[in-house]
Design a protein around this ligand. Structure first.
Ligand SMILES: CC(C)(COP(=O)(O)OP(=O)(O)OC[C@H]1O[C@@H](n2cnc3c(N)ncnc32)[C@H](O)[C@@H]1OP(=O)(O)O)[C@@H](O)C(=O)NCCC(=O)NCCS
Length: 184
């Protein structure tokens, strides 16, 4: 199996061109809890967002990650008041959505997608990450466990999707040792 990662560029990919593919991907990942088309359109058209699409060897979109500037998000009208009272600096990104098609889940692929998102954010000058992770499925506990030393703050809160953990952390990156050349 081979995969590649695309940094989504809204200037060369107008919403009308990508919408069928993205809606199909979103439906496969999130089933009954998908974003509506307007939310996706606004998100994919906004150049301030950072969106990474993972594709298989045939170019089919199999997952995506979407981060947005946290400060602007917390100022927006928030129907569920999850973001009310939150503060963020200019260098904080919020993970708005992240997922893989069902057939590709449980294979560890999210690590690559997540790393590409984080690298892209770091290259834009972001240093901190905010996210809300589900508690019931163990994701929040896993994130805390896997990011010891990088967590700045975390707390539980109610949300329309059940209890979640808000996590404020430094943006992590994978450590890949560089190739060492001897004697040249
Ligand atoms: C959640 C989801 C992205 C995980 O992807 P995956 O490739 O199936 O992940 P795996 O189960 O193979 O886990 C691989 C590793 O990534 C970690 N991981 C899982 N989800 C993660 C996430 N959202 N962010 C960061 N790391 C994550 C796991 O803890 C695991 O690490 P560990 O082995 O050290 O515990 C995927 O199952 C999915 O798309 N689910 C539906 C959508 C969803 O619930 N998205 C989360 C909302 S943010």
């Amino acid at each position: 199996m081979s995969f590649y990662l695309e940094i989504f560029d809204p200037t060369s990919n107008p919403w009308e061109k990508v919408k069928d593919e993205i809606i199909d991907l979103e439906n496969d990942i999130f089933g009954d809890e998908t974003f509506d088309e307007e939310t996706l359109k606004t998100g994919f058209e906004n150049p301030d967002n950072t969106i990474i699409i993972m594709r298989d060897g045939d170019g089919r979109a199999i997952g995506y990650a979407w981060a947005t500037p946290a400060k602007a998000l917390y100022k927006e009208e928030d129907d569920y008041q999850v973001f009310q009272g939150r503060e963020a600096s200019e260098n904080t990104a919020y993970i708005y959505s992240l997922g893989l098609r069902k057939e590709y889940q449980g294979k560890g692929l999210v690590v690559r997608l997540y790393d590409a998102l984080n690298q892209s954010l770091l290259s834009k000058g972001y240093t901190r990450l905010h996210r809300d992770a589900e508690i019931k499925n163990g994701l929040a506990a896993n994130i805390l466990k896997n990011n010891q030393g990088k967590i700045i703050n975390n707390f539980e809160h109610d949300s329309p999707y059940g209890k979640q953990m808000f996590i404020d952390m430094w943006i992590p990156f994978l450590f890949l040792p560089s190739i060492h050349h001897d004697g040249d």
